[in-house]
Design a binder for this molecule. Structure first.
Ligand code: F6R
Length: 241
């Protein structure tokens, strides 16, 4: 089942999503949380940080794992997923470095990077909550269309769509051919899965999800493999469906 919400606008989508995060983290303060980068979760993560500063949620015991990263990127690059999470959330909250697992996208042994992420998740007993955006092509994290639903962390050859759309994150022209990402198996096994989407570029992807069954050509439709998932979109997107 998918709990499906259409919010009036991006602001209220972010408010609802942030409240779901706060409630869940308050229930599981020592859980493992995974938040996507990208434009869609920005406001949600800012609201989460503000809630922490206001004492409405305690993030000091929580652990976090990065969802995905561009392979070979400098972590200080404004477009890196790590830099994004740092700016949007981690720099404003009380957490310690040992509670956060980041990828090293410059490792000479990316298989080891996958192994380390898998081991971190396993040690923590799985993800408590994953908050994801949807790619224009239906991807989740960097799990591109065609990715089997049962894979763990892996290195990906990025699709043309992901590379093209990804240009929006960079201040200078950047070319990344590969990504590293938590796998659909780990994402779909999260105790709580929230997917958010806003704006008309996501029409096809969300339409495919709403067809009601999991299909490998649209990783986001893997939500149907779960007993329960949450999909929150805004009206500007809903009107295009
Ligand atoms: C980013 C990520 C991607 C994005 C997706 C939507 O870490 O994992 O899957 O969530 O491409 O991106 P936005 O929100 O920028 O439309």
């Amino acid at each position: 089942m998918i709990n499906y919400y259409v919010e009036k606008e991006y602001e209220s989508l972010s408010k609802r999503t942030a409240q779901l995060l706060i409630d869940e983290i308050n229930k599981k303060p020592a859980g493992l949380f995974c938040f996507a980068g990208g434009d869609t979760p920005v406001k949600t993560l800012e609201l989460l940080a503000a809630a922490e500063q206001a004492g409405k949620v305690d993030l000091s015991q929580a652990s976090f794992i990065q969802l995905d990263e561009w392979v070979n990127i400098d972590p200080n690059n404004h477009g890196s997923c790590r830099n994004y999470l740092q700016r949007t959330l981690f720099d404003s909250i009380r957490t310690s470095e040992e509670n956060i697992h980041f990828f090293n996208p410059n490792s000479i042994d990316l298989a080891e990077e996958c192994w380390l992420a898998n081991a971190f998740i396993e040690k923590k007993g799985g993800l408590s909550l994953a908050l994801l955006g949807i790619g224009v092509n239906g991807h989740l994290g960097f799990n591109e269309p065609g990715t089997p639903f049962d894979v763990n962390t892996h290195v990906v050859t990025l699709s043309e769509s992901t590379k093209k759309v990804g240009e929006k994150y960079f201040e200078k022209t950047s070319f990344f051919e590969r990504g590293i990402t938590l796998g659909l198996a780990q994402i779909l096994a999260a105790e709580m899965l929230i997917v958010i989407a806003s704006g008309s570029t996501k029409t096809n992807a969300v339409q495919t999800v709403l067809k009601g069954s999991p299909r490998e050509d649209c990783p986001a439709s893997g939500m149907w493999l779960r007993e329960e998932s949450t999909l929150i979109i805004d009206r500007s997107l809903a009107e295009t469906l």
